[in-house]
Write a protein that binds this ligand. Structure first.
Ligand SMILES: NC(=O)c1ccc[n+]([C@@H]2O[C@H](COP(=O)([O-])OP(=O)(O)OC[C@H]3O[C@@H](n4cnc5c(N)ncnc54)[C@H](OP(=O)(O)O)[C@@H]3O)[C@@H](O)[C@H]2O)c1
Ligand SMILES: [Zn+2]
Ligand SMILES: [Zn+2]
Length: 333
């Protein structure tokens, strides 16, 4: 039996929950969980904000641990390997996206907390291709948040061929945003942090931002007109997207990774006249996760974390909801 923490209803308290995972699939591995980060998507799924959640619901998709068992057809992972697992726990492996290396765009991908029980548990299972070995030099607590928050903000730098001479903005300095500042700074870019929290302004400079803008001050945003090559939104709320489009240089891009639920309403002329784009992306492929981990080790990029024990999971969820967490909460034993 796997011992986990589950909610029985939308927003319900997490309680100890055991389940029988059945026989191990030949393509699967079983991981003994050491630590698991808490992403805002865990909260949104817990509250069934996206209408996708099945209960009992076990959150947790920034999982790090040690391989305990491997299925008969798994060749590249071994018992004892230190590994991580993010949002996806398997891919179809045969669609055009998988064949092109864009596994994270696979329409048949399986979610670690969608139709499966996640990493707020002593063990978790996943298809082997979605489980990535940790490079040397990365501790278990720091590694967890890289598997969702980290890859989600690193991937746009790769996808859009961002150059060290580019200027990158980040809206929302939370779990994703604080790692975006670190990655974009290490990439060599000029980095602007847009935050609604006065208390985070000084901290954002220490995390890698060169410039700070109040994300809800129209005059401050207007003063940034025409500056940015890439602007990554990590917020889950609606902001004045028209004003943000105007911060882009010609050919600049506003890229959504934050799950803003309201429609984005924009006149197209601010796009057409300067050939600007808006786009979005989910996490990243296994190969990009592996590249991200190597890059993180080389540049000593680690999340800033607060740790809670697994049995304090309800307190940890409240802390994330409060907006006070600096900057990622990680559960550990
Ligand atoms: N695309 C993907 O693959 C992917 C992957 C992971 C997560 N996500 C999504 O990304 C979003 C962020 O996740 P996270 O874990 O980083 O969340 P988080 O730690 O809660 O950070 C979100 C940040 O948004 C800003 N914010 C919140 N409320 C705001 C408001 N009313 N006005 C302005 N700014 C506000 C805050 O930054 P400031 O204090 O600096 O303003 C906050 O720290 C979520 O929607 C999550 O579901 C998407
Ligand atoms: Zn996540
Ligand atoms: Zn596929």
């Amino acid at each position: 039996m796997i011992k986990a923490y589950a909610a029985s209803e939308p927003g319900g308290k997490l309680h100890p929950f055991e389940y029988d995972p059945g026989p191990l699939d030949s393509q699967e591995v079983e991981i003994d969980v050491s630590a698991c980060g808490i992403c805002h998507s865990d909260l949104s799924m817990h509250d069934n904000e996206w209408g996708l959640t099945e209960y009992p619901f076990v959150p947790g998709h920034e999982v790090v641990g040690t391989i305990a068992r491997v299925g008969g057809q798994v060749g590249h992972l071994h018992v004892g390997d230190k590994v991580g697992l993010g949002w996806h726990s398997g891919y179809c492996m045969t669609c055009a996206s998988c064949m092109a290396g864009d596994h994270n765009l696979c329409a048949g991908a399986q979610g670690s907390i969608l139709g499966r029980h996640g990493g707020f548990a002593n063990k978790v299972r996943a298809q082997a291709p979605s489980v990535i070995p940790l490079p040397d030099g990365l501790d278990m607590i720091s590694a967890g948040p890289l598997f969702c928050a980290g890859i989600t903000v690193f991937n746009p730098l790769v996808q859009f061929d961002i150059k060290s001479t580019d200027k990158v903005g980040v809206i929302g300095i939370g779990g994703l945003g604080h790692l975006a500042l670190k990655f974009a700074n290490a990439w060599g870019c000029e980095v602007t942090a847009f935050t609604s929290s006065a208390a985070k302004q000084q901290e954002a400079l220490e995390l890698g931002a060169h410039r700070i803008v109040d994300s809800r001050d129209p005059a401050a945003i207007e003063a940034e007109a025409g500056q940015l090559d890439l602007l990554i939104s990590t917020v889950n709320v609606s902001l004045d997207w028209k004003a943000y489009i105007d911060t882009l240089r010609p050919k600049g891009r506003l890229h959504f990774v934050g799950a803003t639920l309201d429609p984005v309403s924009l006149g197209v002329f601010s796009l057409i006249m300067a050939q600007r784009s808006i786009s979005g992306s989910p996490v990243g492929s296994p190969a990009t996760i592996a590249r991200m981990l190597e890059f993180a080790v080389r540049h000593d990029i680690k999340p800033v974390v607060e740790t809670f024990r697994f049995d304090q999971v309800n307190t940890a969820f409240e802390r994330l909801k409060s907006g006070q967490a600096r900057y990622r909460i990680v559960l550990t034993n």
